[in-house]
Every structure is written in structure tokens, then in C-alpha cells.
Design a protein around this ligand. Sequence first.
Ligand code: SF4
Length: 296
Amino acid sequence: MKCRKCSREAVIFQQYSGLHLCERHFTINFEARAKRAIRKHQWIQPGDRIAVAMSGGKDSSALLYFLTSQFGARRDVEFFAICIDEGIAGYRDPAVAERIAASRGVPFYTVSFADAYGLTVDEIVERRGDAVSCSYCGVLRRHLLNRIARELGATKIALGFNLDDDAQSVLMNVLRGDLDRLVRPTAPVEGLVPRIRPFRVLPEREVALYAHLHLSGFEEEGCPYSHNALRADVRTMLNDYNYRHPATKFALVRLGEELANLGGSIASSLHACEECGEPCTDVCRACQILREFEGK
Ligand code: SF4
């Protein structure tokens, strides 16, 4: 098929827009949409020091490429990369993320669960079985990423979450009946570095294509524990439904945004944990998990 905008070969068909696009027009379309999301949410402002959470996978690598190619020339904004090493043998290799950060000319920092907590995800799985891998890993990673980003002076944390990730998160919160997360205010919380997600309007397959067109050397293997996440079931269900109703993921992300706006008037339920000092709800889940493994 030919590109709708010129006569070159198309590299993608966007089912939801009906457009066939060549490499050049896909890139223009992709970057324009991410920049529109940034403008809409005022995600990048003068003086920002933005920590890009780097796993070394396609999403975070594409995000670093996009941010540095679009905003890297600005003197009033700084970027650096942080890689959290959860301790998953044969999967997480910070050297991959480090090479990509070096290729984009940004400072790189890495910190491991082993150093920060004296505990790895592989050890958690060995002790508790792999059904808990993702729930424990997710809590500990967010906790550590926030702390390290804050200590390094970040004003924002940029996450490579795409449209599929965000739509899945909204649906997971609905399926769990987790109203608190659905309406959690987006207002600033003391100690919590604000998150930005420039790719939340872009489908996963388009982020993957963008990464393949502009980068090489990123990690393509998935985590060996990913099949355990509720997210894996929701992904399958949502992809199946979205195939027949292509606007569904966009609708879910919009719903999530509108619910979060409703929550803007509710006082934040987050406060500083008495033990670790990080923002948490009633009970600090990270401290709870670490207590469970004390003296392991
Ligand atoms: Fe951690 Fe689960 Fe993600 Fe693997 S899939 S990195 S265990 S949250």
C-alpha cells in the first residue's frame, strides 16, 4: 500500500484513523502526537531536570530518543537516565540501557534492588513463588525510582508507558474495584516526583515501530515473570476487544484522565512513611514487603 500523504511505500496502517503512512509521515505523525500530549499537560517546562526511567527495552529507549531529539537542544531542560535493576537473571542488564543513554549523550545512573534492599526479584520468587513477582517488583521499583530520582534532583520522571499500558491500567483498576486509584488526584504530593508519560496517546505497536526505525541495540526479550501479572490477562482481553472496536483503548485512557480530574478536588491520601520517608497510602507497601523478608 502507498502512504496516504505521498507516494512512498507505507510502513503502517492505523486502523483507528484509516491512514496508511510511510516511514517519514509515520514519524511526523508519531512525534506530533507525543508533543501535543506534552503541551496539553504542560509536562516539560523551563528549568526541568527530567529523569527518564530506562529499562533498556523498546518503550523507554524510544522515549529517550524522542525526548532528546525533540528537546535535547533546549538549554533550559536537562535529561538523564535511571535504570532500576530488579535482579532478574537473564533479563535485566543495565549495560543495555547504559549504551542507549550514551548514544543519546545523557548521564546514566543505575541502582539495584540488591544494593538498595538486599533483596532481588529472583530471591522473592524463590521464597514466595512466582505468583507474587509482579506485585512485589512493581511496588519496590516505583519506591526506589522515586527515591533515586528525587535524590538526583529530578523535577519529573518520564515513563515509557504507551496507550496500551495506560488503557490496561484503567481497566485493571476497574476490574479490581479500586476506586482510590481511579480517582487519585494528580495534584503535587510532597516527596513524590511527578510522572510524565508522553507516549500514553500512542499504541504499543507504533512505539515499537518508532523504536525499530530510529534505534538499535535495545532489549527485545520480555521478563520471564510477565505471564504472572493480571496485566497479561487484561492485555489479551483488551487486544481482542480492541481489534473489533479500535477506539476502545483511547476511550479507556480518556476515562482514566477524566476520573483523575474528578479526584483533583479530593485531598491526597498520600503521606510520608514513618519508616522510609517515601510517600505512601495508609500502610507503606514497600516497607511491608521488606519486613516480610527481614533476616531471610
Ligand atoms: Fe517486575 Fe513483573 Fe515487570 Fe518482570 S514483568 S519486571 S517481575 S513487574
